[in-house]
Design a protein around this ligand. Structure first.
Ligand code: ATP
Ligand code: MG
Length: 256
C-alpha cells in the first residue's frame, strides 16, 4: 500500500467563538480522486483554504510528501506542488484564453512574460496543447472574460494544469454548470487531471460526480469528519444517510 501524499491531522479553525473546522483528520493517497463532501456550511471550503495556505489553522498539522506545510503561505505551498484552482482574476479575464494558460506556464518557470521572446512563443505553443486537452482549443484567441461559465471553469483547470501540480484541489468544480458541462468536467478530471498522475482533492455537491469518479470520500458535518472510506462504504453509512444524503442534498438540494 502506498504512503499517503497528503496527511491532515487534528486540523482546527475557529472564527471567533465559532469552530468551522473541528479536529479534522484524513489522508490522501497518491494518484487518487479524493472527495470531501458535506452539507452547506460543513467547513469544506475553510478546510481547503487551511490546506492550501490561504487561511491559517488555529491548530493541527498538514503534511505534503512528508513535509509540514501548515501555516505556510499559498505560494510556498504551491511551490511544493499543491495548487488550488483559482478563479479567473480580472487581469487574466482581459487576456486571451491561450495567453491566460501561457501566463500560468510562465509563472511555473518564474520567468517574466515578455511578448517578444521565443520563450513566450514556446509557452503559447504549450498552452495550445493544454487547451486541446480541456476542449478549449477553438477558443484560444477568445478573451477569457467573455467565455461561458463552464468554459471559464475549464480554463481555470487548464491554468492549474499548466503549473504541473502534484495535488490539485478543486472546490466545487461543477458549481453552476449545466448537466452537459458537469459531465464534461467530471470526464476532464478523470482523463486529464488524474490521467496525468495528478492527485485530486475535490469538494462537490453533485453526488453523481462524487460517486461516479471518486476513489475515496470524506464526509464533513459541522466541521467534523463523520465518515471516511470508499464511495460504497460512505454511501451506506447510517449517519451520512441520515444527516446528508437523506434529506434531498444528494442531487442538488445542497448545491451552492
Ligand atoms: N471568514 C469567516 N468568518 C466567519 N465565519 C466563517 C468564515 N468563513 C467561513 N465561515 C463559517 O464557517 C462555516 C463553514 O463554512 P465553509 O464555507 O467552509 O462551508 P462549506 O462546507 O464550504 O459550505 P458550502 O457547501 O456552502 O460551500 C460556515 O458556518 C461559515 O459561515
Ligand atoms: Mg464551500
Amino acid at each position: 500500500m502506498s504512503q499517503p501524499l497528503l496527511v491532515v491531522e487534528g486540523l482546527v479553525r475557529d472564527f471567533g467563538s465559532f469552530r468551522a473546522v473541528d479536529h479534522v483528520d484524513f489522508e490522501v493517497l497518491p494518484g487518487t480522486i479524493h472527495a470531501v463532501i458535506g452539507p452547506n456550511g460543513a467547513g469544506k471550503s475553510t478546510l481547503f483554504k487551511l490546506i492550501t495556505g490561504s487561511l491559517k489553522p488555529t491548530s493541527g498539522h498538514v503534511t505534503l510528501s512528508g513535509e509540514s506545510i501548515e501555516g505556510k503561505r499559498a505560494h510556498a505551498v504551491a511551490r511544493r506542488g499543491l495548487v488550488q484552482v483559482f478563479q479567473l482574476s480580472s487581469v487574466y479575464s482581459r487576456l486571451t484564453v491561450a495567453e491566460s494558460v501561457a501566463a500560468s506556464i510562465v509563472s511555473r518557470r518564474r520567468r517574466t512574460l515578455d511578448v517578444v521572446t521565443n520563450f513566450h512563443r514556446t509557452a503559447l505553443r504549450e498552452a495550445t496543447a493544454i487547451l486541446d486537452q480541456v476542449g478549449l482549443a477553438e477558443r484560444a484567441s477568445t478573451i477569457a472574460g467573455t467565455l461561458s461559465h463552464g468554459e471559464q471553469r475549464a480554463l481555470e483547470i487548464a491554468m492549474a494544469l499548466a503549473i504541473e501540480p502534484t495535488v490539485l484541489m478543486l472546490d466545487e468544480p461543477t458549481a453552476g454548470m449545466s448537466p452537459a458541462e458537469t459531465r464534461a468536467t467530471a470526464d476532464l478530471i478523470v482523463s486529464e487531471v488524474r490521467g496525468r498522475g495528478i492527485t485530486v482533492v475535490l469538494s462537490e455537491h453533485d453526488m453523481d460526480v462524487v460517486f461516479g469518479i471518486s476513489d475515496h470520500v470524506t464526509v464533513l458535518h459541522q466541521g467534523q469528519v463523520i465518515a471516511d472510506g470508499t464511495p460504497e462504504a460512505v454511501r451506506s453509512h447510517d449517519q451520512v444517510m441520515a444527516i446528508y444524503l437523506g434529506h434531498g442534498a444528494a442531487k442538488d438540494g445542497g448545491a451552492s
